[in-house]
Design a protein around this ligand. Structure first.
Ligand code: ZN
Length: 214
């Protein structure tokens, strides 16, 4: 198939299971479109996704802020107390001369997760207001680039591993930020699993591009 205009590609959807190219058709609210070859779900249309996504990303953002403001844990080893906070762990890497590791950690566990939630909030807000045709496209492209690099979940698992190891050395008190981070990671996983970028892309097309035709 020869496609002269790149925008023409927008009318086709590739199946993630069998890689068949399917033509995109308008479907009813609350229904889903399936692949013509394997029957796998191609996309859904759910107008409630905007409110859902906005609420989830806003909640996630609040928990992310809480996770950074309060101590993750307090460790008592040989009488000396130490509070560990998320920003402190990153700064201590820089203080000890691990600049590259510190830089990578700052991006993977702080900057990218924060960016993803801010972009999500902005995206759903713009869709709700039916605005920002170009901006939403750019935000979605940016989101697809940084999503694989957000590793707050891996960081949380590494905290759990560290906790198990540290228990042998002293007393550990789990702080507010620990629970906040846990909820944040759960929301993060839920968003990535339940809201696909392609679905937001479809929604954007429906809301922002179709309104001109009406
Ligand atoms: Zn298929």
């Amino acid at each position: 198939m020869k496609i002269e205009n790149e925008d023409a590609l927008d009318n086709f959807v590739i199946c993630h299971k069998c890689f068949t190219l399917n033509e995109e058709i308008a479907i009813k609210d609350g229904s889903k479109a399936c692949c013509s070859e394997c029957g796998g779900v191609l996309y859904r249309y759910d107008s409630k996704l905007i409110d859902h996504g906005l609420a989830l990303s806003l909640t996630g953002f609040i928990f992310f802020v809480l996770a950074n403001l309060f101590p993750l844990m307090q460790i008592d080893i040989l009488g000396s107390e130490q509070f560990i906070t998320l920003p402190k762990t990153i700064f201590s890497l820089f203080d000890n001369g691990f600049y590259i590791v510190g830089f990578i950690c700052a991006f993977l566990i702080f900057i990218f997760p924060l960016m993803i939630f801010v972009i999500n909030m902005l995206l759903f807000l713009l869709l709700k207001m039916k605005r920002g045709e170009k901006l939403t496209k750019e935000l979605l492209v940016l989101l697809s680039h940084i999503t694989p690099w957000s590793m707050a979940d891996i960081f949380f698992i590494s905290i759990l591993v560290a906790l198990v190891k540290l228990v042998a050395f002293g007393q550990i008190h789990i702080g507010v930020a620990f629970w906040a981070l846990m909820i944040f990671v759960l929301i993060d996983i839920y968003i990535t699993k339940s809201i696909h970028l392609s679905e937001i892309w479809m929604l954007r097309k429906r809301i922002l591009l179709d309104k001109d035709n009406k």
